[in-house]
Design a binder for this molecule. Structure first.
Ligand code: PGA
Length: 231
């Protein structure tokens, strides 16, 4: 299983360091095959040393350096030895207005650099209410321009209506969607959307769920550890 903590716009460098120190002390208990990722905000990057946790970024601009006011490129990430990135999160698509075309450009750039890419897809409630075929049509459209055969590629399925809402997709919805997605992209497949201590067991048991991408419940070390150490 993969356990990925997406801090979004939460935590500072100081609290990220405290978080990672506390997390590290408990990770000897995890299943040795499980992988743990933390995606802090860009300003919280530092020289964290850990064999048990991979630090990635929530976003970056597809450029080495240059004139892109307010953005961070490869040169800045390299200073912190970052080679893992989230691409396509619904908050970037919907709030920050990233188009599929731009997302594909970003994907290509970081693929060229050999980054591990956790690529997020997900549908709105309106689409979910139209049934699985409509959901799949939408999800497949989010692979447009994306090389799904890329080796260092993990997919995160996150229904938008389940993100930060406390409303998780049902076991049946996750099972059906993940089974259908595996036929399209044969890569590790994470589920995300209100994953927490009370539902991790049933979600982790679903056959084609290879891990979870967690926002709210990842913000405190204790609640994230509840997920990582649930078994
Ligand atoms: P959530 O966020 O766990 O708070 O629903 C998940 C995500 O957006 O990655």
């Amino acid at each position: 299983m993969i356990y990925a903590a997406n801090f979004k716009t939460n935590h500072t460098r100081e609290t990220t360091r405290e978080y990672l120190t506390k997390l590290q002390l408990q990770l000897f208990k995890k299943n040795p095959n499980d992988k743990v990722y933390v995606f802090p905000p860009l300003t919280a990057l530092d020289d964290y040393q850990s064999n048990d946790v991979t630090i990635g970024v929530q976003n970056a601009y597809p450029v080495k350096n240059g004139a892109f006011t307010g953005e961070v490129g490869l040169e800045q990430l390299a200073e912190f030895n970052i080679n893992t990135i989230l691409i396509g999160h619904s908050e970037r698509r919907d709030i920050l207005g990233e188009s599929q075309e731009f997302i594909a450009k970003k994907f290509d750039f970081f693929k060229e650099q050999g980054f591990e890419i956790i690529y997020c897809i997900g549908e709105s409630l309106e689409i979910r209410e139209q049934g699985l075929d409509a959901v799949m049509e939408h999800l497949v459209s989010q692979f447009e321009g994306i090389d799904t055969t890329y080796d260092n590629f993990v997919v995160a399925y996150e229904p938008i209506w389940a993100i930060g809402t406390g409303r998780t997709a049902s076991v049946e919805e996750i099972t059906q969607t993940h089974n259908a997605l595996k036929k399209v992209v044969d890569k590790p497949l994470l589920y995300g959307g209100s994953v927490k201590g009370s539902n991790i067991k049933e979600i982790a048991e679903i056959e084609n769920v290879d891990g979870v991408l967690v926002g709210g419940a990842s913000l405190k070390t204790d609640t994230f550890l509840e997920l990582v150490l649930h078994s």
